[in-house]
Design a protein around this ligand. Sequence first.
Ligand SMILES: *Cc1c(COP(=O)(O)O)cnc(C)c1O
Length: 382
Amino acid sequence: MTLVASSADALSATTPTVPFLDVGAAYHELRDEIDAACRRVLASGWYLLGPEIEAFEAEFAAYCGSGYCVAVNSGCDALELALRGLGIGPGDEVVVPSHTFVASWLAVTATGATPVPVEPDAHRPTIAAELVEAAITPRTRAILPVHLYGEPADLDALHDVADRHGLHVVEDAAQAVGARYRGRRIGAAPGVVAFSFYPGKNLGAFGDGGAVVTDDPQLAARVRLLRNYGSARKYEHEMQGRNSRLDEIQAAVLRVKLPHLDRWNRRRAAVAQRYLTGLAGCPGIRLPQPPRDTDPAWHLFVVRAARREDLRRHLARAGIDTLVHYPVPVHRSGAYASTPLPPGGLPRAERLADEVLSLPIGPHLGTAHVDRVIEVVRAWAG
Ligand SMILES: *Cc1c(COP(=O)(O)O)cnc(C)c1O
C-alpha cells in the first residue's frame, strides 16, 4: 500500500513517495540467478521435497549454526510443528508474549494447548523475562519468546527460568533471521527455533515458507514426519501429521537469496542507525533501544508516539508509507476474546498497540528516502 499525498499539499507535490518496503527489489537485484534456479526446478520434474529442499535445509542449518533444519509451509506451521514435535498439546500451557503477531498464539492453540500471555519489558518490545515466572503453573510446558521486530528476546534469562522449571523454549524468529544475541546467531544450537520465509520477511520466498531449526535429531525427525502426513515412507503413517511441505521452487529461490542475507541485514542496520542518529532527541517519539549485546535483524523500525495517529497522517500527507505492528493486541482480537487475563489485564500490550509506528525500512531503501522520513518526522515534532 502506498499512500499518495493530496495535490493540494504543496510540500508533498514535489517529494518522492517513500514506500514501506519494496518486496520485489530483491528479485530485480538477483533476477538472472533466480530465473535460472526456477527454470532448473521446472525442468527437473520434481516439485516437492526433493534435492532443492534437502540442499536448502543443510545450507540454512549451517547458516544458523545448528544441526538440523526442517523446511515447512509457513512460519506459523514451523511454530506449531515444533511444539507438536515436543509433545505439547491439549491440557498444556505455553507462555507467550502479550505483544506479538497473532501467529505466535495461533500456533499454540493449533496444538490444543493454551497460550498464557506475559507482558513485554518496559523498554523493549520483547517478553519481560522477570515476569515469566509468575505465569508458570504445573501445566506449563514451554516458553515461546518472539524476537519481535527482529530484536532478540533475552534468551539467557528465559533459559534460566525454563531450566529451573523444566520447560522447553521454542523461539519465534519469524522476524529475526540473521540476528545475533550476545554474539550467537538466532537459531544456533541448542535452540528450537521457528523461522518464516513470508515474502516480506528478511529472507523472503515467492510465497509462503518456514523452517524449524534445532540441534535435536529426534525432534527434527518428528517434525519431518509431521510435515508430510506423519509418513517417512509412502503410505506408512506413524503419526497424525499433515501437509506442510515447502516446494522445490521456493527452496531454490531461498538458496539464491541466503548468501545475500547478511549483506541485506547490514544494510537494514545502516538504515536503522541513520534513523537513530537523525531522530535522536526528537520530541514526541521514543526510539527503539536494543541492548548493546544484540545485533537485531531490523525487520522493522518501530517508534512509539503517544500521538501516533497524528504522526501517521502527517507522514502520509508527505507520501511516506507507514504500518502499525500491531494495532489490536492479540487478547483484544475476536479470536482470543475469551482468553483469561492476569489480574490487572495487559496494559503494556494495549499501550503499545496504541503507540507503535513502523517507519519504512529495508535493504533497498535509499538513503535519500531515509533522510526524507527523518526530515518529515522532525517537522512534525516541531
Ligand atoms: C510472520 C510471522 C509469523 C508467521 O509466519 P508465516 O510464515 O506468515 O506463517 C509468526 N510470528 C511472527 C512474529 C511473524 O512476524
